[in-house]
Design a protein around this ligand. Structure first.
Ligand code: SAM
Length: 228
């Protein structure tokens, strides 16, 4: 299979598993924050089938226009809207609080490079929430950091200081988990599991299930490994 198709297959599987879990838990409303909409391949293959709604961000004009024509943006007057499609820089829009009134249950982050600015912005400020939030991520940083020194990537600097450059380079999966838990737990989300997949020299795909816990002590939040 060509590399891109393998990547797409992993992306689709990750999301299908999450939807299966959400639906099995009795959740009937799938509300997605799709941080990087692209041409809506994932929506067409996954979210459309379960009548998900939510907010999709994309900075490219032609793609944003396509996303708006692809989705139902105009659902009934019952308070339950359809998709909101916004042409914007994701990190800035989330940082400015876009969609903070929507209790998303999936944060879908599929950028071309690093996902951390978007994830960091999401957890930085208070937002509406349900009991559970699944986070699903394509993470280009492991590929990026083979070309760039980890110490020159802002989000990794505290870990370079803590563990040293070589350790960060060699153990990105563990670093990503620690960084993610740090961000999420400060927003009172407990990480129930963290599943990291990566083939050598390729982008990583990871996902996590978070449960809302207002009593969470951010520093000591434990995490279970997902059994495979
Ligand atoms: C990997 S593609 C997303 C594919 C998409 N998930 C799909 O199902 O088709 C990444 C997208 O992010 C967009 N993008 C890149 N940087 C962005 C930014 N800072 N803000 C918003 N969109 C961005 C690109 O135009 C590209 O369409």
């Amino acid at each position: 299979m060509p590399k891109d198709n393998q990547t797409l297959a992993v992306k689709l599987n990750q999301r299908r598993l999450i939807l299966k879990e959400l639906l099995a838990s009795g959740e009937r409303e799938i509300r997605v924050l799709e941080c990087y909409g692209g041409f809506g391949f994932i929506y067409g293959r996954v979210y459309r089938g379960v009548r998900a709604t939510g907010l999709v961000l994309e900075y490219n004009h032609a793609k944003a226009k396509h996303l708006a024509s692809q989705r139902d943006t105009d659902r009934g007057p019952d308070g339950k809207g359809g998709w909101i499609v916004v042409q914007a820089r994701t990190e800035m829009a989330i940082g400015a609080g876009i969609g903070k009134w929507i209790p998303f249950n999936i944060l879908d982050c599929d950028p071309h490079g690093s996902p951390w600015d978007a994830i960091g912005a999401y957890f930085k400020k208070p937002r509406a929430h349900g009991p559970v939030l699944y986070v699903v991520v394509t993470d280009g940083l492991p590929v990026l950091k083979t070309k760039v020194e980890p110490s020159r990537i802002n989000v990794l600097m505290p870990y370079v200081r803590k563990y040293g450059e070589m350790t960060v380079r060699a153990n990105y999966a563990a670093i990503a988990k620690e960084l993610f838990i740090d961000m999420a737990s400060k927003a009172h989300w407990r990480c129930e599991n963290f599943d990291f997949q990566q083939r050598p020299n390729e982008v990583a795909h990871w996902s996590a299930k978070l449960t809302w816990d207002p009593t969470l002590n951010p520093v000591t939040a434990p995490v279970k490994e997902k059994k495979r």
